[in-house]
Design a protein around this ligand. Structure first.
Ligand code: Z5A
Length: 212
């Protein structure tokens, strides 16, 4: 499908508060692109299947206690262990839809009080997304959705701090999406934006690295 010798897959990230609809929308987007005949994969961070991911998972479900800096570095390591595969896939023409990425890493750790620059440092050099879709919702509205409250960060006061940290990270490749609307309406809006991004990458838009 590529129309340039530098043709590649797009790196698309979905970010936002807990229960904003990332999982729902990232899987719908993946199905949509597959339906159009694109090579596409859905990944999520943390990737709880690796040994680092299992340490993170047990921390998130309050089964283990870890120093905040340690947890931050584990989340980052969990992305670095996928970096090489990520780049291979993108260069091979596969679009990756990521359910959370480095922005979650920084936003959640900063919300705990860690220094912004310290939090960004271990992410430097990871592939930079071509597009970040930020699904915007209030913590109160998110809490009304299914399953809220069972994991470590699922408290409204903490989620408000996370929003403030995300605001600092906002860049030119971000699109803010009103996530309070019906799923189908959001889905349609994302399809157009992502297809546009996929086409740009097929036409050879260069892959950059964080933080750019
Ligand atoms: N974390 C971190 O600290 N550092 C890092 O580097 C990374 C993450 C990567 C686990 O993330 C935690 O790790 C997370 C950040 C931190 N903590 N928090 N908070 P996770 O991704 O595994 O967990 P999550 O954020 O809790 O994801 P989630 O529960 O899967 O939520 P979601 O994907 O955003 O939402 P959803 O599953 O699509 O939808 C939730 C419910 O709402 C479900 O019942 C849907 O049917 C419903 N829904 C979805 N969309 C709508 C609309 N539009 N209207 C009405 N209802 C809807």
């Amino acid at each position: 499908r590529g129309s340039s010798s530098n043709s590649r897959g797009a790196l698309v990230v979905l970010e936002g508060l807990d229960r904003c609809g990332k999982t729902t929308q990232s899987s719908r987007l993946t199905q949509y692109l597959e339906g159009l005949g694109h090579s596409v994969e859905l990944w999520r961070f943390p990737d709880r299947t690796t040994s680092v991911g299992q340490m993170i998972s047990s921390y998130l479900s309050n089964e283990s206690q870890l120093d905040d800096h340690t947890v931050h570095l584990l989340f980052s390591a969990n992305r670095w262990e996928k970096r090489s595969l990520m780049e291979t896939k993108l260069k091979g023409g596969t679009t990756l839809i990521l359910d959370r990425y480095s922005y979650s890493g920084v936003a959640f750790s900063c919300a705990k009080g860690l220094d912004l620059e310290w939090c960004k440092a271990p992410e430097v050099g990871l592939p930079a997304p071509d597009l970040v879709l930020y699904l915007e919702i209030s913590p109160e509205m998110a809490a009304e959705r299914g399953g809220y409250g069972s994991e470590r960060y699922e408290r409204i006061d903490f989620q408000n701090k996370v929003i403030k940290s995300y605001q600092v990270l906002l860049g030119s490749n971000w699109q803010i999406v009103d996530a309070c609307r019906p799923m189908e309406v959001i889905e349609k809006e994302l399809q157009e934006t992502v297809l546009d991004c996929v086409k740009k990458c097929q036409n050879g838009a260069p892959l950059s690295h964080l933080w750019s």
